[in-house]
Design a protein around this ligand. Structure first.
Ligand code: TGC
Ligand code: FAD
Length: 392
């Protein structure tokens, strides 16, 4: 990729609504992404490799467990800081944000929120420092949008649990040291179990051939009579609401992250439109190009404001699942449409790795599907406003 000349759009002076600490955190991550992510990410994506060496830096900028208390190694920050970190990481690449959001909201969060003190002390500091990589197993081959139908199960065998089943489409699976896995007990109740690499019968085959999130490792978690120690059960919450609670936190981060990807596409398109001449004029002077850019900055501004308000609500403990769904759905779709329009503004250059556009666009095709598809989030809003469930 050509050098990273990113300049963040802030059309409504939203910076004025942030604290100095928010801006410091945001700018620190932004600089880190410019220095460490932008120069290498295109090659990682082309080679379908996750640049694992970045984990140390993600940890240093507070990307693993931003809102987890410092006594467990987290950064102890508020929810707006968490959002800003995700925005900046996804400005670099959705795969980098994925690494941070899975580790933070899908692995550290359930261990912190549903685990006991021994589990917190054992796992959280190593996850916060990036020494360990975590994964989150909810989706199964036959149960994606409908996780309540999962068939992964565990039996009480006296001194341990015996876990069987398989999870699919799991971020970090091939490289994870620990996995938070959701499975049903003998009464059909969903519980979270911490499974560690090395447990006999636990394998993590990689999913190859992805056109999206290429700089992120995806795979399966397969459990063939895995003996899980009893102390690895998360004791403080069970039922589908437990994994869904984690998704609230991750979807919130994605709502911010998608704005980062959109800002990068807009910034690149704006600069390109001023530099690219056709018919002896910058293409920025043509009305049809201006229409694209004007609509992009309008949508980005709306999404930035949505995120900030959602962050305030989250800080106050008032953000609902349904509000988070709306922001995830709106912002990811907005980012994908902006990536497509930005690709057009770049003409043929837009399909190359010289610019980040096509990589963002392909990444966002996963982001619009994972953590609840675009249509599932629409149905969550539909149910909220009508009181009628259209899922079944
Ligand atoms: P439903 O009947 O609505 O709910 C079941 C129980 O859960 C409770 N609940 C919640 N509790 C806490 N937090 C929430 N956000 C909750 N939402 C619901 C609910 O009250 C109920 O409790 P109870 O006591 O009555 O049993 O469940 P449903 O089976 O009808 O399903 C609803 C639906 C479709 C919305 C939900 O299952 C869903 O969100 N489906 C989408 C699945 C999904 O998002 N999967 C994501 C997998 S992880 C992932 O993609 C990671 S990508 C990571 C990356 O790389 O960044
Ligand atoms: P399906 O549920 O089969 O949906 C297919 C289509 O049917 C969609 O368009 C959907 O909207 C539609 N549909 C389904 N039900 C309804 C309905 N009731 N009404 C209307 N339309 C409906 N999962 C994890 O647990 N952990 C991870 O770390 C993880 N990482 C992922 C990484 C990547 C790169 C990807 C692509 C996925 C990841 N996932 C992960 C899985 C992801 O959450 C699922 O792909 C997603 O929830 C959708 O499930 P599905 O793919 O089985 O699609």
């Amino acid at each position: 990729m050509s050098s990273d000349r990113f300049q963040a759009p802030d059309y409504y002076q939203i910076d004025d609504l942030l604290t100095d600490e928010h801006k410091l955190i945001r700018d620190t991550v932004r600089e880190w992404v410019k220095k460490e992510v932008s120069p290498i990410i295109e090659e990682s994506a082309q080679k379908a490799e996750y640049p694992r060496h970045l984990n140390k830096g993600i940890a240093e900028v507070g990307g693993f467990g931003p809102y987890i208390p410092t006594e467990y190694g987290g950064a102890g920050l508020d929810q707006i800081s968490y959002g800003l970190i995700m925005q900046e990481l996804e400005r670099g690449d959705s795969g980098v944000r994925s690494a941070a959001s899975v580790q933070s909201s899908l692995v550290m969060y359930p261990i912190y929120q549903y685990g006991n003190e021994e589990q917190r002390n054992k796992y959280l500091p190593k996850l916060a420092s990036g020494e360990w990589v975590g994964s989150f197993g909810l989706t199964e081959p036959d149960h994606g949008s409908n996780p309540s139908g999962m068939i992964s199960n565990f039996k009480d065998e006296g001194d341990h649990y015996l876990l069987n089943g398989a999870k699919m489409w799991i971020t970090n699976a091939p490289i994870c040291d620990v996995a938070v896995v959701w499975a049903k007990n003998e009464s059909g109740r969903i519980h979270g179990l911490i499974v560690e690499r090395g447990m006999e019968g636990f394998t993590t085959p990689e999913t190859h051939g992805k056109w999206s999130l290429r700089a992120s490792r995806t795979g399966e978690l397969v459990f063939d009579n895995v003996k899980v120690p009893k102390e690895n059960l998360l004791p403080n919450k069970s039922g589908l609401g437990a994994p869904l609670g984690c998704l609230d936190s991750a979807r919130y981060g994605i709502a911010w992250g998608a704005v980062g990807a959109a800002m990068d596409c807009y910034d690149s398109a704006l600069r390109y439109s001023k530099e690219r001449l056709q018919f002896d004029k910058p293409i920025a002077s043509f009305q049809l190009v201006q229409k694209k850019l004007a609509e992009m900055i309008t949508e980005i501004t709306k999404a930035q404001l949505l995120n900030l308000r959602l962050g305030q609500l989250k800080n106050e403990g008032k953000a609902t699942t349904q509000q988070i769904s709306m922001a995830k759905r709106n912002n990811v779709n907005m980012a994908l449409e902006i990536a497509r329009e930005a690709r057009q503004i770049h003409g043929g250059m837009g399909i190359t790795g010289e610019y980040p556009i096509m990589r963002h666009m392909m990444n966002l095709e996963s982001v619009i599907t994972y953590e609840g598809t675009h249509d599932i989030h629409l149905l969550i809003t539909g149910m909220d406003v009508t009181g009628e469930s259209a899922f079944r």
